[in-house]
Design a protein around this ligand. Structure first.
Ligand SMILES: Cc1cc2nc3c(=O)[nH]c(=O)nc-3n(C[C@H](O)[C@H](O)[C@H](O)COP(=O)(O)OP(=O)(O)OC[C@H]3O[C@@H](n4cnc5c(N)ncnc54)[C@H](O)[C@@H]3O)c2cc1C
Length: 530
C-alpha cells in the first residue's frame, strides 16, 4: 500500500548506515523530529463533499485525503502535520476516454472544478485543490493504463495516459522495446503527468526528454476532444502538441498518448568515476558532449554532493577503503563524481566505453567505477525513500532545478547554493546544500540542487524557513535569466516567478490558449497561470 503521508510503498524503508547519521549530525546538527499526525485524526477534518452524485465519483474521505496533496516540501509538511487545508470533494477513476468525456460534461454542466491526476508525484503543487466556491473533482487516470496499440513498423506505441513507468516498460519489454523514460519518480508517475509537466528522465541524453518521445494522442477538453496525429514532422503551422506539453492539466485531460519507442538496448551499463576537482570535471564533460559521445546518461556532482553521496551511501569501512583508493589515484581534496551510462548495441557499447575513458581520463580506475555504477543503478529509484528516513530523523529535504547556458552554469550553481545557505544562516540554522548537472546539452545544462536541513521547532516555522530559502534561490534563478524549471514544471510554487521568464504578453497568450479549450475555467484552476 502506498504511504499516505510520505514517499512510496509502506513495506519499503531505506535505512542510513551508522556513519551517515554522524556525518549529518556533524554537518547540520542533530534535530528533534516533529510529531506526525495520524490518518485517523486527519479523517475527522475532511468536510462533507459539495459534489452532486454521479456513479463514477467516490466521496470517501480517505480517497479525498490521498488525492489532496502531491510531493512538494509544503505538501509533505501539510500531510505530516495533518493541516491539509483544501480537499477535493470527490475522486473519479474513469476506465476509458468515454468516461473521461462524460465526467468533463458533468463538471461543465454543474460548475465543478476538475483536477487531472496522474501519479500525484508533482513537486510544485500541480494537483493540490485551491480554495474554490465551486466543488472540486479530482480525476485519477490510474485505471487507463494499458498498451492500446503497437506499430512496430513506425516504432510507435499508444498507451492509456494513466500508465505509470513500470506499466509502460513491462508492456513494451514484452515485445522487445523500451521508452527509456526514467524520472526518479518512475514507480508512480504516469505518461499523462510526464507530458503535462514536460518531464525529463535520468537517461534523457540518449532517449530524449518527454518532448522528443511524445508523438501524439487524444485530449478530452470541456469543448470536446482534440486529436493529435503522430506525424514524424509537420509544417502545418504551429504544432498543437507543443501546446499540450507542459499544459499542467489546464487545457483538458490526455486520455491516450502515442510515444516514440526504441528496441531494447543489447547492452546497458552504469559507471561512476572521479575527477580531481570540479573545473576538470566540467571541462571534460563539455568536451565529451562536443565530440558527440553516445552516452545515455551523464551526471556531474559537485564536491559537496560527492562527499554527501559517499557518506550517505556507504558504511564506514567501505568509505575508508574507497577514500584510500581514490587518494592513491589522485582524487583527494575537492574530488567530484561523474555518473554515466552507456546503452546500445554490443559494438556501440564497447566502442563508447573505450572512448569515454579516453576522454574523461578519470582519477580512479575501472574496478571502482563498475561497482559504484551498479550500486547507483540498483538504487536509482530507491533513494527517493530516503526522504522518509531523513524526516523521521528530524531532517527536511528538498530539491530545485533550473537550466542555463554553459557560460552561466558555474556561476549560477554557486549563486543558488549561496542563496539557500544564507537564507538558513540568517535564522541561525545550518543547511547542507549540494548540486549536480544531470541533463546536459551542447549549449548548456540543468542544475539540480538539493538542500538538507534540520526541521525547526514547529511545522509553521519549518515552512517559513523553507519558503525563505526557496524564494531566495528562485530569485537568483530568474535574475540570471535562467529558467524557473528545467523539468518539474510550474504548478503553484513556481507561478510567481514565471512572469520574469515569459513576460506579461507571453503569459496572456498562454492564458488565452487555456480559455479556448476551457472558457469556463474549470480545468485545474490556479496552476501554471492565474
Ligand atoms: C521522488 C521524486 C522524484 C522525481 N524525479 C523526477 C525526475 O527525475 N524528472 C522529472 O521530470 N520529474 C521528477 N519528479 C517530479 C514528478 O514526478 C513529475 O513532475 C511527473 O511528471 C509527474 O507525473 P504524475 O503522473 O505524478 O503527475 P501528477 O503529479 O499527478 O500531475 C502533474 C500535472 O500533470 C497533470 N496531469 C496528469 N495527468 C494528466 C493527464 N492525463 N492529462 C492532462 N494533465 C495531466 C496534472 O493535472 C498536474 O498538473 C519527481 C518527483 C518526486 C516526488
Amino acid at each position: 500500500m502506498r504511504r499516505w503521508n510520505g514517499w512510496g510503498d509502506e513495506s519499503i524503508s531505506v535505512p542510513l548506515p551508522k556513519g551517515a547519521t554522524e556525518f549529518l549530525a556533524q554537518a547540520i546538527g542533530k534535530p528533534t523530529p516533529l510529531p506526525d499526525a495520524r490518518l485517523e485524526d486527519v479523517l475527522t477534518k475532511v468536510p462533507p463533499s459539495r459534489l452532486p452524485d454521479h456513479p463514477l465519483i467516490i466521496k470517501d474521505p480517505e480517497r479525498r485525503i490521498r488525492h489532496a496533496r502531491g510531493q512538494s516540501f509544503p505538501d509533505w509538511l501539510a500531510l505530516r502535520s495533518g493541516n491539509i487545508g483544501t480537499f477535493p470533494d470527490g475522486v473519479a477513476f474513469p476506465e476509458d476516454s468515454q468516461q473521461v468525456r462524460e465526467l468533463l460534461a458533468f463538471a461543465k454542466a454543474n460548475g465543478i472544478a476538475v483536477i487531472p491526476y496522474g501519479g500525484g508525484t508533482s513537486v510544485v503543487g500541480h494537483i493540490n485543490p485551491q480554495e474554490d466556491n465551486r466543488p472540486i473533482l479530482t480525476i485519477d487516470m490510474g485505471r487507463i493504463n494499458r498498451l492500446l496499440d503497437l506499430d512496430e513498423q513506425s516504432l510507435l506505441a499508444t498507451f492509456g495516459a494513466g500508465a505509470a513507468g513500470p506499466d509502460i516498460e513491462a508492456q513494451l519489454r514484452a515485445h522487445g522495446y523500451t521508452l527509456g523514460h526514467y524520472p526518479q519518480s518512475f514507480e508512480y508517475s504516469t505518461l499523462g503527468g510526464w507530458v503535462a509537466t514536460r518531464s525529463s528522465g535520468q537517461q534523457s541524453l540518449y532517449y530524449g526528454r518527454i518532448e522528443r518521445l511524445f508523438a501524439g494522442g487524444i485530449m478530452e477538453t470541456p469543448q470536446g476532444p482534440v486529436s493529435l496525429p503522430p506525424f514524424p514532422a509537420s509544417a502545418a503551422g504551429p504544432d498543437l502538441r507543443e501546446m499540450v506539453l507542459g499544459s499542467e492539466g489546464r487545457l483538458g485531460i490526455l486520455t491516450e498518448i502515442t510515444v516514440r519507442i526504441q528496441p531494447l538496448p543489447q547492452r546497458e551499463t552504469f559507471h561512476v568515476l572521479f575527477f580531481p576537482d570540479w573545473q576538470t570535471g566540467l571541462e571534460r564533460v563539455r568536451h565529451a558532449l562536443r565530440t558527440g559521445l553516445r552516452l545515455s546518461m551523464l551526471r556531474l556532482s559537485n564536491h559537496t554532493e560527492t562527499t554527501t553521496f559517499l557518506n550517505l551511501g556507504g558504511g564506514r569501512t567501505t568509505l575508508s577503503i574507497l577514500e584510500k583508493l581514490l587518494s592513491f589515484r589522485g582524487a583527494r581534496g575537492e574530488k567530484c563524481m561523474l555518473t554515466f551510462a552507456v546503452s546500445g548495441t554490443k559494438r556501440l557499447h564497447k566502442q563508447t566505453i573505450r572512448n569515454a575513458f579516453r576522454l574523461f581520463r578519470p582519477s580512479a580506475g575501472r574496478t571502482v567505477n563498475r561497482i559504484l555504477g551498479k550500486k547507483w543503478m540498483e538504487n536509482r529509484f530507491r533513494s527517493a525513500y530516503l526522504r522518509n528516513t531523513l524526516w523521521e530523523m528530524g531532517y527536511g529535504i528538498d530539491t530545485l532545478e533550473t537550466a542555463t547556458t554553459w557560460n552561466q552554469v558555474d556561476h549560477l550553481m554557486k549563486g543558488i547554493e549561496d542563496a539557500i545557505c544564507s537564507a538558513f544562516s540568517a535564522k541561525g540554522q545550518k543547511a547542507l546544500v549540494f548540486s549536480h548537472l544531470s541533463h546536459l546539452y551542447p549549449q548548456g545544462s540543468s542544475i539540480y540542487t538539493t538542500y538538507l536541513f534540520p526541521v525547526a521547532s514547529t511545522y509553521e516555522k519549518t515552512l517559513r524557513q523553507w519558503a525563505q530559502a526557496k524564494n531566495a534561490a528562485s530569485n537568483v534563478i530568474v535574475a540570471q535569466r535562467a529558467t524557473i524549471s528545467h523539468h518539474h514544471g510550474i504548478g503553484i510554487d513556481h507561478r510567481p516567478y514565471l512572469v520574469r521568464e515569459k513576460g506579461k504578453l507571453g503569459l496572456d497568450a498562454i492564458a488565452s490558449v487555456c480559455k479556448s479549450f476551457d472558457p469556463q475555467g474549470i480545468m485545474n484552476p490556479g496552476k501554471l497561470v492565474e
